[in-house]
Design a protein around this ligand. Structure first.
Ligand code: PLP
Length: 417
């Protein structure tokens, strides 16, 4: 494709073109990023290489809850750089135990294990659940199943691809990891009937709102009922809060909206405030007791730098009122979007909790998705679609009412091409 066609209706500078052309030439083309190039970021905003400012409502797929380069987290990292960054888990360090104590007491669990990326958090939870299933529940060898939902997204390792029903994730990556059953997300009967007929279920693993699936909010009854089913059938509930956790939905954990507590909760993304990959799985002794030296680990998992970072990242969320702000600003954006788009058939099903917001567009009633996203970008708002018709809006949790209004106005104006 010619570069002129590639950039389409966008007016891009020579500087922008230079980086994008280099990316197209040398980088693995496993993403389709917006056609602009970021050079700087602070708080809720990013600036491109030409100095143009954008409100970032992509937030690295929900990782920037505390905004870009939060000074408190940055300073903690700088402080720790005078001491020690990495020991490996073959040695104790004076930071990890502090982080474990902080994580467990904050979220009400007895133990934590720290890893790096969100997908490693998912892998870790599944490994713990499988071992628990063999050693505590006494499921026959290699028969443990994990029930997971259609449209789930928890990363891109072979096991994550193995449990996905999205062809983009799994096509030509087989053979796949067995032991997953994919059931419709918000369908209690499907989960109940599987549990009735299958005695080998180790765990049910769910996102409390499906993020990359398109900000799919389940009915209020789903999680309480799933919790009940897990208790009745001696099955672990794994809740993936990698994207929904840490204030994003207007609660510290999204599962609080439903009044349930997972047996294993997975955190990631905002756990470092965007400074480095940190994930964690939280649970109780009755489950974690199956993990022994050698059963799991990662060179960087639980390193001292990550340990001080995650404590500060969570303290920022708690002490700066970000959970409450996410709820207030989220309610405001959702209600104003609903009100202002009444009678506009382009916008469908505006939904979400806190600053985890989604809507569908109908391309028959306005611009194509790509043009809509690009128009928002040209007007200074970064948003993206997670599926062909589904748009996600997830700014930092720092935004104020003026910025909430800017988001609403820009989205609406960009539909009038
Ligand atoms: C719910 C959920 N779980 C897990 C992941 C994977 O996280 P990571 O990309 O850090 O591996 C994601 C990423 O978007 C996610 O949304």
């Amino acid at each position: 494709m010619s570069m002129k066609r590639f950039f389409g209706r966008l007016h891009v500078s020579e500087e922008t073109k230079k980086y994008i052309e280099k990316d197209l030439k040398y980088n693995c083309q496993n993403y389709g990023p917006l056609k602009m190039v970021i050079a700087k970021a602070r708080g809720s905003y990013v600036w491109d290489v030409d100095g143009k400012k954008y409100l970032d409502a992509i937030s690295a797929y929900g990782a920037m809850n505390q905004g870009h380069l939060h000074p408190r987290i940055k300073n903690k990292i700088i402080e720790q750089l005078d001491y020690c960054t990495l020991t490996g888990r073959g040695l104790h360090n004076n930071r990890l135990a502090e982080a474990s104590e902080f994580l467990t007491s904050t979220f009400g669990y007895q133990r934590s294990i720290m890893m790096n990326t969100g997908v490693e958090g998912g892998e870790t939870a599944i490994k713990i659940a499988r071992r628990w299933a063999y050693e505590v529940k006494k499921i026959p060898d290699n028969k443990a199943d994990v029930l997971i939902a259609s449209r789930n997204f928890w990363g891109r390792t072979i096991t994550a691809c193995s449990s996905s029903d999205d062809p983009e994730r799994f096509t030509n990556f087989g053979p796949f990891t067995p032991g997953f059953k994919i059931l419709p997300y918000d369908n209690i009967e499907a989960f109940e009937s599987e549990l009735k007929s299958n005695p080998n279920v180790a765990a049910i693993m769910l996102e409390p709102i499906q993020g990359e699936g398109g900000v799919i909010v389940p009915s209020d009854a789903l999680f309480p009922k799933i919790r009940q089913l897990c208790d009745s059938y001696n099955v672990l509930l794994i809740v993936d809060e990698v994207q929904t956790g840490l204030g994003r939905t207007g609660k510290l954990l999204c599962q609080e909206h439903y009044g349930v507590k997972a047996d294993l909760t997975i955190l990631g993304k905002a756990l470092s405030g965007g400074f480095m990959p940190i994930s964690a799985v939280l649970g109780n002794d009755s489950v974690f007791k199956v993990m022994k030296p050698g059963s799991h680990g990662s060179t960087y998992g639980g390193n001292p730098l990550a340990s001080v970072t995650c404590i500060e990242a969570i303290k920022v969320i708690q002490e700066e009122g970000l959970v409450e702000n996410a709820r207030r600003m989220g309610d405001l954006i959702i209600s104003r979007l609903k009100e202002r788009t009444k009678g506009m058939p382009y916008f469908k099903d505006i939904r979400g909790k806190g600053l985890f917001i989604g809507f569908d567009i109908d391309e028959n009633c306005g611009p194509k998705m790509e043009d809509f996203i690009e128009e928002n970008c040209m007007r200074g708002l970064l948003i993206k679609n997670t599926k062909p018709t589904k748009v996600k809006v997830a700014p930092s949790l720092l935004i104020n009412e003026r910025e909430a209004d800017f988001i609403v106005n820009t989205i609406i104006d960009s539909s009038k091409l």
